[in-house]
Design a protein around this ligand. Structure first.
Ligand code: NAP
Length: 252
């Protein structure tokens, strides 16, 4: 019998992460449902059913990350798949404010450093901290993969094009945090070249989740499809990609 893959998904108690957890478990993967609130993680794991276990993991809390790595090492002895999914778009946008209105208050000229730091702490430094803690466990796998969940809004190439209609919302908080995530993902890809550990960067579609106050246009099932597809890639699957769908790369 082939061994079951062991996967850790950060921020898997709702939204895209929960959908990815459900589909991985349905495909025979043992899924560790990362959640900063353990009770919410337990509820999600119960909803998913066999193969899913909650694990307390706040990506901004180094003690929490270290405890999760310790537990995975003790219980499973390795990690095969890390999905860095946890993310936030803001800390204080009023629910009635549109993304365009929020963008006007977070331009380079007027952005709050506290707001920017909080979002980057989760979306950028959080991913790097989890990477550092989990890498020793990934090195013990014969088929390891890291999937970083970014966003097309972080594409510098797209936003540098004056013809791109949506570039007015490109700003230092969420969009630039995803551009920074893309940069550190490239550094991970370069660091791990030749090790057998694959690294992929993906963007969900514009999906109705808590992150955008459910303004996304795709269902969570459809919007998460690329994350699921890449997370399920086997040992022959590619590394170093940034995609929104198979054969649909996103310009860096
Ligand atoms: P979501 O429904 O708000 O889920 C985000 C998850 O991240 C939640 O489980 C949340 O936990 C968790 N999280 C936030 N801060 C955390 C922390 N410090 N430690 C651990 N977990 C934390 O949003 P989503 O849309 O599914 O977002 C998932 C990923 O997709 C994000 O990286 C996002 O940037 C990306 N993305 C989303 C879209 C979209 O249209 N939705 C598009 C492109 C990219 P709590 O439940 O405790 O808050």
């Amino acid at each position: 019998m082939p061994h079951r893959r062991i996967a850790l998904i950060t921020g898997a108690n709702q939204g895209v992460g929960l959908q990815v957890a459900k589909e991985l478990a349905a495909n025979g993967v043992t899924v560790l449902v990362g959640s900063r609130n353990l009770a919410r993680g337990d509820a999600a794991a119960q909803q998913i059913g066999p193969g899913a276990t909650a694990i307390q993991l706040d990506v901004t809390d180094h003690a929490s990350i270290a405890a999760a790595a310790e537990r995975i090492g003790t219980e499973f002895g390795r990690l095969d798949l890390l999905v860095n999914n946890a993310g936030i778009s803001n800390t204080g946008r009023s629910l009635s404010a549109s993304i365009e209105d929020y963008a006007k208050t977070t331009r380079p000229s007027n952005v709050s450093f506290d707001e920017m730091r909080a979002v980057w702490e989760t979306n950028v430094f959080g991913v790097l901290a989890v990477y550092q803690a989990m890498l020793p466990l990934l090195r013990l796998s014969s088929d390891a993969r890291i999937v970083n969940v970014s966003s097309g809004v972080g594409s510098l190439t797209t936003n540098a094009d004056p013809a791109f209609g949506y570039r007015r919302v490109f700003g230092p908080v969420y969009p630039a945090s995803k551009a920074a995530l893309n940069a550190i993902s490239l550094a991970m890809m370069i660091e791990l070249e030749g090790t057998g550990i694959k690294v992929n960067l993906v963007s969900p579609a514009f999906t109705a989740t808590n992150l955008n106050n459910y303004a996304g246009t795709e269902s969570v099932e459809d919007g998460s499809r690329e994350v699921v597809r890449v997370a399920l890639l086997g040992p022959e699957g590619p590394t170093g990609t940034f995609t929104r769908w198979e054969n649909a790369p996103i310009p860096w």
